[in-house]
Design a binder for this molecule. Structure first.
Ligand SMILES: *Cc1c(COP(=O)(O)O)cnc(C)c1O
Length: 228
C-alpha cells in the first residue's frame, strides 16, 4: 500500500467513480476514516492530507487518542458498540454516535451531553435480515426508536447505520437503503452510514451518504491491546 495520503486519494477516487455510476454527486458521500488500532501519528498524517472525520470502535482507545491529538480540529465518531456504562464519556467527547440501538442508551446520552456543546449527532444501528451480529435494531423496530429519540433534547437524529456481513448480496444493501428512504422525510434524516473498505461501491449504489473506511486508508489493523 501507499502512504496514507495516497490511500486517501485512492479511496476518494473509488467513492467518486461509484457515486457517478449511481447518478449521484461524489460530494454526496462523506468519507469517515476508521482509525481503530492505528496510532495517533497515523491520524495526524491523515489530517495533514485533509481528512477531518475519524471513527473509533473502543471508547477508551478513542479517549486516549483524543488526548494525544488535542488541538487538532477533528470530528470524532463512535462506530463500535456502546455499553450504557460508557455513555457519559461518549456524550462528553464524541461528535457522532453510529450505534444507538436502545432508547435507554439514547436517553442517557441526551441527559449527559454537556449543555455548552452542539447536540450529539445520532444514528440508529439497524440489524438487517440474516445478520449474524446481535447488535442493532430489527427493521420493524426502527421507526418507534426514531420517534422516541426525535423528542430528546441535546441529540440530533441524523439517520441509520448498518454493517452487512462480508460478501453480503446487493439485496441486503438495497433493503437498508429502502428502509432509510422510507423513513427519511418523516424524521428529517440525512445520513445513511453504510459501506466499508471492501463494499463501499455496493453501499454507494444503494444510497449510502457516509462510508466508514479503515483498511483501505490505514492498512491492516494492529492487534487490539486494550479494547474496552
Ligand atoms: C472496523 C470498522 C470499519 C472499517 O472497516 P474496513 O474494512 O477496515 O474498512 C467500518 N465500520 C465499523 C463499524 C468497523 O468496526
Amino acid at each position: 500500500m501507499g502512504s496514507i495520503a495516497d490511500n486517501l486519494q485512492a479511496v476518494k477516487s473509488r467513492i467518486a467513480v461509484a457515486a457517478r455510476a449511481a447518478g449521484r454527486e461524489p460530494g454526496a458521500v462523506t468519507l469517515l476514516a476508521v482509525s481503530k488500532t492505528h496510532a495517533p501519528a497515523s491520524i495526524r498524517e491523515a489530517y495533514g492530507a485533509g481528512q477531518r472525520a475519524f471513527g473509533e470502535n473502543y471508547v477508551q482507545e478513542a479517549l486516549d487518542k483524543m488526548a494525544q491529538l488535542a488541538g487538532l480540529p477533528l470530528e470524532w465518531h463512535l462506530v463500535g458498540p456502546l455499553q450504557s456504562n460508557k455513555t457519559r464519556a461518549v456524550a462528553e467527547r464524541f461528535d457522532w454516535v453510529h450505534t444507538v440501538d436502545r432508547e435507554k442508551v439514547a436517553r442517557r446520552l441526551a441527559e449527559q451531553r454537556p449543555a455548552g456543546r452542539a447536540p450529539l449527532n445520532v444514528l440508529i444501528q439497524v440489524n438487517s435480515s440474516g445478520e449474524a451480529s446481535k447488535s442493532g435494531v430489527a427493521p420493524a423496530d426502527v421507526a418507534p426508536l426514531l420517534a422516541a429519540i426525535a423528542a430528546m433534547k441535546n441529540l440530533r437524529l441524523r439517520g441509520l447505520m448498518a454493517i452487512p456481513e462480508p460478501g453480503a448480496p446487493q439485496s441486503r444493501f438495497r433493503e437498508i437503503g429502502d428502509l432509510f428512504r422510507g423513513l427519511r422525510s418523516e424524521f428529517g434524516l440525512d445520513t445513511l452510514s453504510l459501506g466499508m473498505s471492501d463494499d463501499m461501491e455496493a453501499a454507494i449504489a444503494e444510497g449510502s451518504t457516509l462510508v466508514r473506511i479503515g483498511t483501505a486508508i490505514f492498512g491492516l489493523r494492529h492487534k487490539v491491546k486494550d479494547a474496552a
